[in-house]
Structure formats: C-alpha cells, structure tokens
Design a protein around this ligand. Sequence first.
Ligand code: DON
Length: 563
Amino acid sequence: MKQIFSLLVISIALFNCKTTTKKEKITGLITEKAMVVSAREEASKIGVDILKKGGNAFDAMVATELALAVAYPYAGNIGGGGFMVYRKNDGEIGALDYREKAPLAAEKDMYLDDNGNVIKGKSTIGAMAVGIPGTVAGVFAAHKKFGTLSIQEILQPVIELANKGVIVTKKQEARIKKYQPAFKKANKSLIILDSVWKENDIIKYNALAATLERISKNGRDEFYKGETAERLVKFMQANGGIMTLEDLAKYEVKWRKPITFNYDDLKIISMSPPSSGGICLAQIMNGIESYDLDKFGHNSTKAIQVITEAERRAYADRSFFLGDPDFVNIPLETLISKEYTNGRMDNFSFEKATKSEDVAHGTVEMIESDETTHYAIVDQFGNAVSVTTTLNGAYGSKMYCSDLGFFLNNEMDDFSSKPGVPNMFGLIGAKANEIAPQKRMLSSMTPTIVEKDGKLWMVVGTPGGSTIITSVLQTILNVHEFGFGMQEAVNQPRFHHQWLPDVIMMEPNKFDKKTITELEKVGYKINQKDAPVIGKVEGILVLQNGKLEGGADPRGDDKALGY
Ligand code: DON
C-alpha cells in the first residue's frame, strides 16, 4: 500500500531508490506520442505504421492482431479468440469478448470415456479440441465501432507480410523443432512448419495471405458464412471434428462491462467473465492492499507470503464460482468487494503457510441464483487498448489447415472436462465451467488498463495460462509499490500460486536463497523446476512528463515500437 500524499512517500521513494539502484537502471523504449508493444517486431511495426498514418488505437488493434496471426503462429491467430479492454481518450472504458465458443454438438462429458475418466489429449490435440474461433469477428467488431481507416487499408500490409514472408528467430527455430512431433500427430499430411526452419530463414504464408485477401474483400462473413467457412468446416469434419457451418454462422462477439476496482490511488480496469482475470486480480489486490508491501521489499519473504495467500484464496474461488456469465450466475459484486476479501484473509498469519486443503471457495450468498499473446497500444490521441489473444496451447490443437493457412485453437481444454480434474494449466473447475453447446470456456486472460489520478497510467497484459493473472499483478506492483520503470518491471523474476497444486512456482535461480529457505521454514513448498518462464508481459507506462515507456518482455522476441 502506498500513501502517496504523505511524507512517508519520500522516505519510501528513497528506500526504493536504494534497493533498485544496486543494479543499473534499465529503461525501455521511450516515445512522445504513440506506441505498440507486441510479441514480434513485424506486428509492432505494422501497428505503429497504422498509427503514423493517422489511424487510431482500434485501427492498430486490427492490424496488430492480424499481423501476429502471420508473424507469430505460435499464439497469434485467426483460428482462436481473445479479449480487448479499452480506454478512450475521453475516459470511456469497455471490453470486447471474442472468446471461442463450444460447438453446438458439444456435450458435458465429451472428453470422458465409458468409465467416466478424462481421455488424455482429447481436449488438447486434434479436431475435437477446437472451439469456434472468434478472432475475425473480434477485429471486425472493434473496427465497426471505433475504426477510422478502411479495412482494406489496414489489412494490406498484413497481407504483404504474409506473402513476403517472416524471418525465423532463434527462439522460433527452437519452438518449431520442439512441436514438430505434435504437428505430425495432429495432421494427416505434412504442414508448412514440418520443414526444417533455421534462424534467419524466411517463411512465406501464401495460403494465409489468400485467406486474408478474401476477408479483406468480402468482410467478416467471409470467415463465418463464406467460402472460407465452407473450406474450414470441410477440413474440420474430414479430421473428425464436430464444427458445422451453423456453428460459424452463429458466432457473435459480446461487448462486456470491464471489471473495475481501486487499489490505493489506482483504478484498475480489467477483463470481466468469461475471463476470470479481472475478478481474480481484484480479489488478490483487495487482499494485499492493507499490507505495507513497499516496506517489506520487492520479492521479500513477507511480500511473497502476503501475495501467495491472497492468490491461494482467489484461485479457490475461481474454480468454484466462475464460468461464462451468459450461462451461470456469478456473484461478481461480492467477489470483488473489499469486505469479502478482507474476510478471506482473516486467517492468514506470517508464522505459518495456510494449506490449500484448508481453503475452499468462500461463502457467498448467491443473490440470484467463474499459449497466448498480449499487445498494448496507445495512440497519438490518447486512446489505449490492451488485448490478449490465444490459440490456448502452443500452436493450439496443432491442427493446421494448410488450405487456409492457419492453426486451430485447443481452447476446449479451458472448460472443466470433469469436476476436480486439472486441465493443462493444472486448474480445477466445477459446474460453473462445465461444457455446454455455445458456451464460452473460462479464461485467465487479463488484458488490463490502469488509471492514476483519473488519467491513463499503464496498459498491461501477458500470456501464461493460469499464471497470467499473477504476472499482471506483479507487473503493476513492481511499478506502483516498488518503484521500477516499465521495462524493469517486466524484466523482474516472477512467482505464482494458484491454490492447487499447493506450491509456489518460481522462475528458477532468480530468487534469493535466504528468502526461499525462510518460506520453506514456515511451510511453503517451492517449485523452481516446472516454470522456466512465468508470463511474457507487454506494457506501456505513461511517465510523469506524458511520454510513454514500453516494456517488452526479454523472455521472448517481443518489441516495443513507437514515435
Ligand atoms: O484463456 C486462457 O486462460 C488460456 N487459454 C490462455 C493460454 C495461455 O496463456 C497459454 N500461454 N502460455
């Protein structure tokens, strides 16, 4: 908690300086007017070029999203979905849900065998794992409501990039190699990424260019009702999928009211259900607000304890209460209220870790009746968009439609296939997130915008499955509580707790040994093996002088560009 108007702040600031000046201060790209931060330089460049042409943040959203579909097939997509949170320069805020939906033929137990056990891989690899994609509908909805340039003008550089080709980076070379066995398993014939691709090779995506060309010419319905829809459904059904033309024709985005809450002098604006992101972030931040994190120190034993315990309780609630709000009643106002969370933290003590087995979801009076990529954009007019988009796993279901040039998601795994059985992120779900036709699966994606003193302050988000929420949290805290700049905040080592399994995951060899010993002493289990990287954050911070600082995560090939 930071009382910024008290004298205390001066001493805290000095303290922060002391703790952070040990290492040389790292600053991200600083620009005067506008910026795009994304997972690939090519996508950031196309987004910024649109801004330079006079397009606004929403025009740049369309361009960046589709450029990522070309340049970053690992997660960028037209075969997946996502969420956008926006804040316009007049302070208007909103959220767009273009999350995938379960097909009409989906059933509650579709991933269970005759004995009621989850069939390994059925919700993660191949055609049965695929939800109805929302990305094309998403970009068209954003453009229709707020865009200023024509779709053709926005898509033209994206189509050019696909035809011209994209340079393979070192990290991409390794990723492609790693997933080639899975590509072979999921596809009947060889796909473009089955070839040997080395750093600095150029991959041309001509089939995707042709698909984007048709979308540019014929609009949104090309993907949902046109020739592309027909070719996609033919491909899905030939591969044993259940997607139909009716599924595509029925797909609609939803404009949602974002989750908003205050933390000290910040107003946080984040994604509402069907993402759990905003609610969990609110619960965790409400739970930690009364503790003097800044005094405890960045990644200190006490700071990690408080954050972990708030996370534990929030994720327990997530698994019980949250799902698609169009299908289940979520006690949203209660869950994000300060009173509710304070009550949940009552039994926390610094002396002893709470056990997850002793934490269930909270008691809420139900008045009525829960591999991805992020990009952040600020335009010259002061509009901001924060978008997280995904195929779910790396390259989604690994199924690649060579005819149309894109991977299909495996988002169905974000549903709870069976109560109590963890999904690929170890998340446990319950009835609220069970499968039903046309339902949206619960997400952790947390595209977030933060205001300070009523003005735009930060645009932030990340991939990372269940670790998304806790990575966004730590990035905000790193700046607000611990005095880091945007790039520094993104670079800091991260940790994560999600109730079950009852462990603190830590990026390996980045945390103080003494801190780890102290945590273990009071009963925390630490896992430094299974999460070599937690999150891959992109952020933009509005500095006191009005300039923008980008934070592009060095854990990937991410890039901030602007002017
Ligand atoms: O919506 C979700 O929560 C997941 N499908 C996100 C997946 C993800 O972030 C994978 N990236 N590492």
